[in-house]
Design a protein around this ligand. Sequence first.
Ligand code: PHE
Length: 464
Amino acid sequence: METKKKGGFTGQLGFVLSAAGSAVGVGNIWRFPYLAAQDGGGLFLLVYLVLVLTFGFTLLATDIALGRRTGKNALNAFGAIRPGWSFLGKMTFLVPAIIMTYYSVIGGWIVKYMVIYLTGRGKDAAQDGYFTGFITSKAAPVVFMLLFLAVTSFVVYSGVEKGIERFSKLVMPGLIFLIIAIAVFSLTLRHTDASGVERTGLEGLAVYLIPDVSGLTASRFLKILLDAMSQLFFSLSVSMGIMITYGSYVKKDVDLNRSISQIELFDTGVALLAGMMIIPAVYVFSGVEGMASGPSLMFISLPKVFDAMGPIGTIAGIAFFVMVAFAALTSCVSIMETLVANCMELFHTSRKKMSLIIGVLSAAAAVLICLGYNVLYFELPLPNGQTAQLLDLMDYISNSFLLPLICMLTCIFVGWVIKPEWIAEEMETGGCVFRRKKLYRIMIRYIAPVIMAVIFLQSAGCLR
Ligand code: PHE
């Protein structure tokens, strides 16, 4: 069951930055701040922090240890340990395959907005209907998607060390620098609206950080808990086979305990900074009622905020979209790498050949998703009450339906079939100390599977 080796990360730093690159993505930037604003500010932050250290840690440790101990990708890892469980590997492989179809489309939107701000046309983006006009047009979304996908494929094509690791080491520090700079700038903002009310960035910060417990009931607390939970496991890129693949590239002398703590810190730090950057800015210019989630926050609300800032808004817009492009690229790289690595193992082909094949297939699928806003437009009601187009449908199947199900099955597999000790042995390789071992045992056997079942039932519409 020992590792074969096929190229891997040079050491702990390369691994941590690459895994953080996967974890830090649009979820941190367009979903976390929204949930925080909606779910009682500091109260949500507190709940989230506790969950990262318990629940998030458990899931991350599970995936990474599974990958490193088997040296395999999701498709083969589960079956290699218990042949009867190979179905779980296949299910896990489905998630990046589905996400890949639309992630590069969103990446293309980001590139488009980056270009708009770089060419000083931020005013256009702030007009009503601009975003809808763009995504429903036939050619532009496809062109920008192909551009984004080409960069992603090139990084994966270049290999784990020369591509992913090198790219992450270059881009992640830049991302951190930009997000800190924009967050600090956000706090200095002030604006007087038409009715003469002045709002400042620091007041916005207070809205974000101070726990709002007014009208807190048990059912509202449960909702906050579930929101934080589902955000967390999407944000850490767990249960998608990605961290299993990255884990399989980690050398045996790397301390997984320290690496995992650093990945948790990175992902959570960026999420907290994203809130610090977005909530005060939106608050100053439109009040927190202006907060939206998902694409409309990034492509509709924020361009209006940049516009209201005056000339400096162009610079803020450039910095913001370059930063988001970095975040999206490293995440998309991890999705494509997982597909390529699994297929290389399956078909015994070379990385270069497989990267090209997956690149072309992903482009074809992404074109279909782009067409979902014009030729293939539909409105489908989902079990969770939302209305979906093609992109949302893919997102629902992978993130709301498959993820919690796979996560629950993985917890049952590790907690009850192979037993937590199997993971603990890997965490303790080379005399490393697995400090949160007791916690891990309780989480993986009892708490995590139950929570996952609740999230799954909620997405499936059974708890409404
Ligand atoms: N973890 C990423 C985020 O928070 C999202 C992601 C999803 C990354 C799927 C890779 C794969 O945005």
